[in-house]
Every structure is written in structure tokens, then in C-alpha cells.
Ligand binder design. Structure first.
Ligand code: AMP
Length: 117
């Protein structure tokens, strides 16, 4: 897997070429607010390296998954989501994926319904 796709919007956000409202970053991942929020908190957590989607992860990507969920935990705590939150990753166009760089949606701050649409 290559580190960067020059045509990828989220790679451009990682590089700082496209602005974002960052709420967390470390060596492996960054987190920033979704430009079209679906709840009071709607943050995207993404790897710095380009990975198209969750289906493209390999068995050896366990440490990256730990970093992604570590960021989720930290941002959720910082946002005061002690009553709960939802973590979503869309895989493929039929599931609603529109940016093909792996991202976890962290959504919270309002009651959620199930099943999702
Ligand atoms: P998905 O449809 O699961 O691929 O989610 C992509 C998300 O990226 C959507 O919720 C968009 O609102 C969000 N998004 C697209 N462009 C930007 C941007 N420049 N900054 C922040 N969020 C974005």
C-alpha cells in the first residue's frame, strides 16, 4: 500500500494542502471535524497513510487499527460523549462511501436510531 495518493482529498488534508478543523493528531492518524456534520459531534479519524477502505486493511495493520480506535477514544472523551457515540466506516459506493481513503466517522451528541439507512 502506498503512503499517499496524489488525487485523494484526505491525503491532501493530511498534508495540510486542504484545510481542516483538526481535533487530534499523532504519528499514525489525524482527526478532524466533518464538513457536513450529522450530529453535534461528527469527527473523521483517518490514517496518515493512504488506505482506500477498511476492506483493504491487511492482517499486519493491527497497530494502525489500535491507533485509529485510540484516537476515537480520546476524541470521544474530549467531546464529552460519556452517554455513548457511534463509530461507522462505509466500505464501497453501495454502502455510501464517497471519499476513498479509510475513515472512521465518530458521531455523537444526540440519540441514535437503529437500523441505519
Ligand atoms: P463517506 O461518505 O463515508 O465516504 O464519508 C465522507 C465524509 O467526508 C462525508 O461525511 C463528508 O461530509 C466528509 N467530507 C468531505 N470533504 C470534506 C472536507 N474537505 N473536510 C471535512 N470533511 C469532508
Amino acid at each position: 500500500m502506498s503512503d499517499r495518493d496524489p488525487d485523494c482529498l484526505f491525503c491532501q488534508i493530511v498534508a495540510g494542502e486542504v484545510p481542516s478543523d483538526r481535533v487530534h493528531e499523532d504519528d499514525d492518524v489525524i482527526a478532524f471535524r466533518d464538513v457536513n456534520p450529522q450530529a453535534p459531534t461528527h469527527v473523521l479519524v483517518i490514517p496518515r497513510q493512504h488506505v482506500a477502505d477498511a476492506h483493504s486493511l491487511a492482517d499486519e495493520d493491527g497497530p494502525l487499527l489500535a491507533s485509529l480506535f485510540g484516537a476515537i477514544r480520546r476524541v470521544a472523551a474530549a467531546e464529552g460523549l460519556e452517554n455513548g457515540y457511534r463509530v461507522i466506516t462505509n466500505v464501497g459506493a453501495e454502502a455510501g462511501q464517497s471519499v476513498f481513503h479509510l475513515h472512521l466517522h465518530l458521531i455523537g451528541g444526540r440519540p441514535m436510531r437503529w437500523p441505519p439507512g
